[in-house]
Design a protein around this ligand. Structure first.
Ligand code: TXA
Ligand code: MG
Length: 546
């Protein structure tokens, strides 16, 4: 198929803000099987009648992407949801009640009304009820549920302004409706609500903490074992969008800052260093995605280097909402200015910061060179239950790490933060106390108190922020890599790293002591001690901390 002549065949009409007549015409086109560019509060979408397979096909033609990624179906009121799904689980009901309309997509079992071209052959469908009034108006007026992916060409960032859609889709669709700048600026949270507990497939503005609270308020308890997490190795990953190339600026990206809250001075320091380096290396112009106060200070400092620096100011330096809102526009804008390097700030990976860092790292991940100049590094130990081996490994690491200074653990309040260490289990039940013998070994051998610790499941949200994830066994690392293929580059078993580094005479397969007596736990502790002492200098070297 000749892509160009086949797709650039519309005289695209841009419907301006407040043009009610134009909105009506666009809705009419939607109803008649055409594809339109439409605003939502997250990002702009390319909408088509979800029940009309021919209309949905046109989305893929316009977008230039294959049709094997499921599409989100957008509705304009909650009554529209019922016929589209087979089942609304108690979890889904709460999420719909509390968070809709809003920036969330809830995945449920689909009914026969959803054609398979929308669900990409899955038996589920993601439903989203946007809060943007123009989106609601378009859906309501057309009278059809609207299947819509983000309105970017494959390989561009999601559009957050009508002008972005015009740039990518002009000639490819009959209408693009301007609804102003998208308020959130990052795509919706995608959450699988088919099971007894929500599972986040794509982080967004609505966070798992907010969901847990809503569920708790509704009297729904977290199940001890959440069966949907117990996918067998080899099972297809459910995380959305992983197979697809993500947007990457055509230049290098540096993510800077230490991701902690009160580090304006740190940001300043890093930006300054990178700018000076770029000027020295003649790697300019350099593009700064930057907060207002920081930009002001840098502009003064680099007053005589104006032509070498492009600023994109997103708002308040330390405001993650501002940074999220502007991110895609900032990356597009700086990229269009042909900068050689983009510098963007890290934010703490909590709340909206999880989604922001997720998109920023994705954008950076295909750049030729990515430097995350963070003070903080995150290390996680993973075993199966997270009650014996991994908590013990964590305690031993803390103890050894402390005594090797001058590095610091972030949760040690007396010091500057450097490393965040944690643990989790691939099959952890969650909220189970650590085993008595692990607590005892940590206490008596290492003077580390882990008696208040509880097991945590190794879910994607916990893993996604980690710089390094170390498993006790080869089975463990293989399992995690199968389950979270996009995180593979940071998942290793002890033995794999030891082999990589050609460190001899250390047995890196740490077997489960669960059910055995204290002597076996002591042996486990000794083995972990040996492994961690062998690996620690290498890890620090890798992180540039030596
Ligand atoms: O904010 C948003 O969600 C925007 C606006 C336009 O609503 N839409 C959007 O659509 O981001 P899209 O197609 O760019 O991304 C939707 C993601 C995909 O990664 C897809 O794999 C996932 O959601 N998804 C959709 N339906 C799914 C399903 N049934 N199961 C698993 N993942 C699903
Ligand atoms: Mg998209």
């Amino acid at each position: 198929m000749d892509g160009k002549s086949d797709t650039k065949r519309y005289d695209t009409v841009l419907v301006e803000q407040g043009d009610e007549e134009g909105i009506k015409k666009a809705a009419e086109a939607l109803k008649n099987g055409e594809v339109i560019g439409m605003p939502t509060e997250t990002v702009y979408g390319l909408g088509a009648d979800a029940k009309n397979p021919d209309a949905v096909k046109k989305i893929y033609v316009a977008k230039g992407r294959p049709s094997d990624n499921p599409l989100i179906v957008h509705v304009a009121n909650k009554d529209m949801i019922t016929p589209l799904v087979k089942e609304i689980t108690p979890v889904a009901k709460v999420l719909i009640d509390i968070f809709m309309p809003g920036p969330i997509t809830v995945i449920m079992k689909k009914s026969d009304e959803i054609p398979s071209i929308v669900s990409a052959g899955l038996d589920t469908v993601g439903i989203r009820f946007p809060i943007h009034p123009v989106a609601q108006k378009l859906i309501e007026t057309s009278g059809v549920p609207v299947a819509a992916p983000s309105a970017n060409l494959s390989g561009s960032p999601s559009p957050t302004k009508a002008s972005h859609v015009v740039k990518d889709m002009s000639g490819r669709v009959p209408y693009i409706v301007d609804g102003g700048e998208c308020q959130v600026g990052l795509e919706s949270t995608v959450v699988d609500a088919t099971g007894a507990w929500p599972q986040i497939l794509r982080p967004g503005k609505i966070t798992i903490d907010q969901m847990e609270e809503a569920l708790k308020n509704a009297g729904i308890e977290k199940p001890l074992v959440t069966p949907e997490y117990e996918a067998k190795p080899g099972e297809a990953p459910r995380s959305p969008g992983m197979k697809y190339r993500h947007y990457a600026p055509s230049c290098d990206v540096h993510i800077v800052g230490d991701g902690s809250k009160d580090d304006f001075e740190n940001y300043f320091k890093y930006y300054k260093q990178i700018i000076m380096q770029a000027i020295m290396d003649e790697k300019t112009p350099i593009g700064l995605y930057v907060g207002e106060e920081l930009a002001e200070r840098l502009k003064i400092l680099f007053a005589n280097k104006e032509e070498e620096i492009e600023y994109y100011i997103y708002g308040d330096t330390e405001n993650v909402e501002d940074a999220s809102h502007g991110l895609f526009d900032g990356l597009r804008t700086l990229d269009e200015k042909d900068v050689k390097l983009i510098v963007a700030p890290a934010f703490p990976e909590e709340g909206l910061g999880i989604a922001y860092m997720n998109r920023l790292k994705k954008a950076a991940s295909q750049a030729e060179e990515v430097t995350i100049r963070a003070n903080h590094r995150r290390l996680m130990f993973v075993c199966s239950g997270n009650t014996c081996r991994s908590p013990l490994a964590e305690a031993i690491f803390r103890s050894i790490f402390r005594s090797t200074g001058p590095h610091y653990l972030i949760d040690d309040p007396s010091t500057e933060g450097k490393v965040i260490v944690s643990s989790a289990g691939t099959f952890a039940k969650g909220d189970e106390p650590y085993t008595v013998y692990s607590v005892r070994a940590a206490k008596y051998e290492y003077d580390e108190d882990i008696s208040n610790g509880y097991s945590k499941l190794a879910i994607k949200e916990r893993l996604i922020n980690q710089d390094l994830i170390l498993t006790m066994t080869g089975d463990g690392s293989r399992y995690l890599r199968t389950r979270f293929p996009d995180l593979s580059d940071r998942i290793f078993s002890f033995q794999e790293i030891l082999d990589d580094l050609a460190i001899p005479n250390v047995d890196g397969e740490v077997r489960d002591p669960y059910g055995y007596d204290y002597l076996v736990y002591m042996e486990t502790a000794k083995q972990l001690d040996k492994i961690i002492r062998a690996l620690l200098p290498e890890i620090l070297k890798m992180w540039g901390m030596t």
